[in-house]
Design a protein around this ligand. Structure first.
Ligand code: HEC
Length: 462
């Protein structure tokens, strides 16, 4: 609200965050689990003096670093860019609450990068023991990064006692912290085995070596699947009531949750039957399918995690449309346009006639020519609705949601958003602003399909 709006046509800005985050998560969990894999397996290969395996691990480390350090870092920075632009208020809040959390995270990030490079580039130059220790330093630093970031992101879903105490520690050790740390640690173990299988099946000719890798990596993967399930149950138990309701009320989320369970079970059984019992199954086709099932499960779980926060982006702290719950009443008294740092000067410059004593007079908005009412209605839409809805077409576009609705029904919805759907934040403007927004919405609502103008017919009857 107090930042310029950033409009991403059709997709909406938050969906851009989702797209980049899912890509990032698929790599960042591998960055953690893969580190553990390299540390454990390099130690094992050196102990058993398995030269063949050691050569493979070095090749895997090069692939691992290219993917996690380069692609992981680019998408990680991409998340900062998109959240800063799309959800500035929520980002600002996260930075304020967790400033030392982020700083600590970056220290571990530097440790990760330096140990990863030492591990790969000094592979044959370091004494074997030191080399393995560096692998462990990487693995530990990467896992601590996971723990730190989970504390911060889990806060968004359930800030718990922070709402009363305001202290860093209650923000960090929020009710979602342990369940999500368990689930993400499990996810890291599971996903990294899927990467290992994919990489091994595509690059290793020696069947005996491939079978050994299949067997060895099945154990952490199966453990990972169990941790994911246990963490997922904890996640559900510690969801705030609105999120639990969203999970059951939104059909899309119910379907995704069912899909998530089905995918996780499939991956579990394929792992057990394939690499664990019958490593010979590890053909490229099998590992690609396993990888796709695994990434689909990850994508579904991240999508659900993001979606259930509505109407909030930070539960009870910041709404999805970048205003806070205690701003709703003052905004609806003074006017939404009057209250915004960018909307106020926009109106003052373009429509000085609606101001008196330096304040926007809401009644005067209604005297504007209809073109200007629609234009300001669009500004209201961008600031009040665009974080969750595209306009005419695209992600959850409002236009199609209005098909068949009469003007009075649209007007009612605008002023009773949270009654129309409990996952919308309440209306925070004046009645006149609701009128302007309705003007705009009527211009983007598609015509009803023929014979179905029920809204209008019922209006005429009335
Ligand atoms: C925090 C996210 C969020 C915000 C902000 C938001 N909405 Fe929604 N809205 C939703 C969701 C989710 C639905 C369910 C839509 C669906 O099923 O695709 C919805 C549904 C709707 C519907 C269909 C209502 C019905 O009766 O079923 C309309 C109309 C609508 N929104 C208009 C608006 C308008 C206008 C604004 C801004 C003043 C707005 N929304 C702001 C999330 C939001």
């Amino acid at each position: 609200m107090h930042y310029p709006w950033w409009s991403v046509e059709a997709l909406t800005a938050p969906m851009l965050i989702a797209a980049i985050s899912v890509l990032h998560v698929l790599v960042s969990h591998y960055a953690v689990g893969g580190g553990l894999f390299l540390a454990v397996e390099t130690g094992f290969a050196r102990r058993t003096q398995n030269k063949n395996y050691l050569d493979y691990l070095k090749r895997h480390a090069a692939f691992f670093i290219l993917l996690t350090v380069v692609f992981g870092a680019i998408t990680g920075v991409g998340i900062w860019w998109t959240i800063g632009l799309a959800s500035p208020k929520a980002t600002e809040t996260l930075i304020r609450v967790f400033v030392f959390g982020w700083a600590t995270e970056w220290v571990f990030f530097v440790l990760e990068l330096s140990s990863a490079f030492l591990f790969l580039y000094y592979w044959d130059k370091l004494p074997p023991r030191t080399h393995v220790i560096i692998g462990w330093i990487y693995a530990l630093a990467a896992w601590i990064s996971l723990v730190l970031i989970t504390g911060i992101t889990a806060f968004m879903l359930n800030p718990g006692e922070w709402l009363e105490t305001g202290s860093f520690w209650s923000a960090f050790f929020n009710p979602q912290f342990i369940p999500q740390t368990v689930a993400r640690t499990g996810g890291a173990l599971l996903l990294s085995s899927l990467y290992v299988y994919l990489h091994a099946s595509l690059t290793i000719k020696d069947a005996a070596l491939r079978d050994m890798i299949g067997r060895r990596s099945a154990r952490p993967a199966l453990l990972g699947a169990i941790l994911v399930t246990a963490g997922g149950i904890g996640w559900y138990v510690f969801l705030p009531p609105s999120a639990q309701a969203a999970l059951t009320a939104a059909a899309a989320l119910t379907i995704l949750t069912a899909l998530l369970f089905a995918l996780t079970a499939t991956v579990f059984f394929l792992l057990y039957l394939g690499p664990y019992r019958n490593p010979g199954w590890m053909t490229p086709g099998f590992t690609i399918a396993l990888f796709l099932f695994g990434t689909a499960a990850f994508g579904a779980s991240e999508f659900i995690r993001e979606a259930v926060r509505k109407p909030y982006i930070l539960y009870n702290v910041v709404f999805g449309n970048q205003i806070t719950p205690d701003e709703v009443v003052p905004f609806s008294r003074q006017g939404y346009l009057e209250s915004g740092l960018w909307t106020k000067p926009f109106v003052a410059e373009g429509y000085p006639q609606v101001l008196q004593d330096g304040k926007i007079q809401s009644e005067r908005l209604l005297q504007l020519p209809s073109e200007d009412r629609v234009r300001l209605g669009r500004v209201l839409f961008m600031y009040h609705c665009n974080d969750c809805h595209a306009a005419r077409e695209g992600y959850s576009a409002v236009g199609p949601l209005l098909i068949g609705k009469s003007r009075s029904a649209v007007r009612w919805t605008v002023e009773h958003l949270d009654e129309a759907q409990f996952f919308m934040p309440p209306w925070a403007g004046t009645p006149e602003e609701a009128e302007l927004l309705t003007d705009y919405l009527m211009t983007i609502a598609p015509k009803s399909p023929g014979g179905m103008r029920l809204g209008q017919a019922s209006e005429e009857v009335r």
